[in-house]
Design a protein around this ligand. Sequence first.
Ligand code: HEC
Length: 158
Amino acid sequence: MSIKTRSSGLALLSGALVLASGYLMLPEGSGGTPAHAETGAVTFPELDRLVHYTTVRRGVTREHMLTNQSALEAIQAGKPVPTGTHVVLVDHQSDVLARYLVAEKTGGGPDDWTYQAFNPDRSIKTDDENPERCHSCHQSRQDRQYMFTFNDARSFKN
Ligand code: HEC
């Protein structure tokens, strides 16, 4: 009991401190900072259950694209991928793992894709692009389930 009370007290206190320091550090009129409103909405997938369906190479960059088998089957059947589908871009720079870019189908509508960048240790990467930018760029592929490598997924054979 006492532990519970104390930790919620601490949470309140640190919340107040964050608010206070945020307030103090903001130059007048610059507004808030929540550039990552969607943080936490995407879950990190179990990578070993996904299928590596294509690789994109550009200079020192090597990107492995992964998704689940049922998404590949849906794409190949011309159907929408199931809700809960993860599509992952595993980004290597000069053969070193640099980050994971994850797109998750978070709802039944065609636009219900949510995006998040993760660090190599799978924690949320906060210095990457704003997830809203990910979504708006991928929106140009609306007719291909928001995927740039849609054709590779469609022609992939296990
Ligand atoms: C300016 C456009 C643009 C932005 C912004 C962008 N992407 Fe992409 N994304 C691409 C392109 C183009 C590819 C195809 C691979 C390549 O060319 O490197 C791709 C590929 C992917 C893939 C592999 C599946 C696919 O669509 O082919 C995932 C997953 C992905 N991006 C997630 C993200 C995430 C997460 C973010 C934000 C942190 C993001 N993207 C931001 C253009 C963009």
